[in-house]
Write a protein that binds this ligand. Structure first.
Ligand code: NAI
Length: 326
């Protein structure tokens, strides 16, 4: 099948070409998919997209006009796809439901430990021969309360890691996991009791700005908040206010509501025009990574394999292996 691969980076080429094994003809395109760039899919029957591609009604209409019949996400989350429009246009949508939950869970762990022990600050200090410890005080993880919002594949993986560290883990999820030996509590209770809160629910109309000023007001003073899920689950200006007042003691973000124009690109020669994002970077107790939770060899191998399996199944049966519907 001819596949137009949008937002492709050198690492995508390496892993996708290996997984395609000559079975599909991949055209690697650097631009993100938007209504304007959709024409680049000319000649392709499938468009392969990532998290910040704008798979909106206009882009889908152009894709359909070109003969594209499948949108294959090389990601788990599909909040950037207008599923209703895809259905109306007869375009199938596929995703990669579970490629490596451990990759993201372990990144959340890395953020928690780095923030707690101020590794990001220590690294800078030691390079300047500053071996003073003031400002680097951390806390033991054993016995701390960790609240996990969303215990799907990633949240459950993190819950198990935190149990291994001796933390007291509690969770909130409308669909509890019976195999996960942690108490499930109402959201308010998790917010009020956790020393560390980690977000692992998908972005939906219900979870958009789940963490807003009212939610922050319920949290323990000095809470550590980690978001490796989707940026818009957090109301960033509310979180900045929480950091300024001390309500939030540590913040770890792998995702950001307005990341689409920033992340995955080298912006070091540009001015950052997003003042909210720029403000976040000024706090010593904030650690931001550019959506790299998925970025392990194992995860990229699995993403590429499932993406190709979706395309192969669609070519053979008219249905991808892992379809998502409106
Ligand atoms: P999943 O579908 O296995 O689990 C999501 C869980 O959230 C489900 O158990 C669901 O019941 C729960 N949930 C839904 N609404 C909720 C609510 N209002 N409150 C609490 N829980 C709620 O998804 P998975 O694989 O664990 O991924 C979670 C999210 O992580 C994805 O939606 C995606 O946005 C994000 N992600 C981030 C990556 C990164 O690189 N930073 C990579 C992969 C995923």
């Amino acid at each position: 099948m001819d596949v137009a691969v949008f937002s492709s980076k050198p690492y995508d080429r390496t892993f996708l070409a290996a997984a395609a094994a000559g079975q599909h003809r991949l055209t690697f395109l650097e631009p993100r998919l938007t209504a304007q760039t959709a024409v680049l899919a000319q000649g392709a029957a499938a468009a392969c997209v990532f998290v910040n591609d704008q798979v909106n009604a206009a882009a889908l209409a152009t894709l359909q006009g070109l003969g594209v019949r499948l949108v294959a996400l090389r990601a788990a989350g599909y909040n950037n796809v207008d599923l209703g429009a895809a259905q109306r246009l007869g375009i199938a949508v596929a995703h990669v439901p579970a490629y490596s939950p451990d990759a993201v869970a372990e990144h959340a762990l890395a953020m928690i430990l780095a923030l707690n022990r101020n590794i990001h600050r220590a690294w800078l200090r030691v390079r300047e021969a500053n071996f003073a410890l003031e400002g680097l005080l951390g806390f033991n993880m054993r016995g701390r309360s960790v609240g996990i919002i969303g215990t799907g594949r990633i949240g459950a993986a993190l819950a198990r890691i935190m149990l291994g560290l001796g933390c007291r883990v509690m969770a909130h999820d409308p669909v509890p996991d019976p195999d996960l030996a942690v108490p499930y509590l109402p959201l308010e209770e998790v917010l009020a009791t956790a020393d560390i809160l980690s977000l692992h629910c998908p972005l939906t109309p219900r979870t958009r700005h789940l963490i807003d000023a009212a939610a922050i007001a319920r949290m323990k003073r000095g809470v550590m908040l980690i978001n490796t899920s989707r940026g818009a689950i957090v109301d960033t200006p509310a979180v900045i206010a929480g950091l300024k007042s001390g309500a939030i003691g540590h913040l770890g973000l792998d995702v950001y509501e307005e990341e689409a124009g920033l992340f995955f690109e080298d912006m070091s020669d540009e001015l950052i025009r997003d003042d909210v994002f720029a403000r976040l970077l000024t706090f010593p107790n904030v650690l931001v990574t550019g959506h790299q939770g998925f970025f392990t060899t194992e995860a990229l191998t699995a993403i590429a394999a499932t993406t190709m399996a979706n395309i192969t199944a669609f070519e053979a049966t008219g249905r991808p292996l892992h379809a998502v519907g409106a």
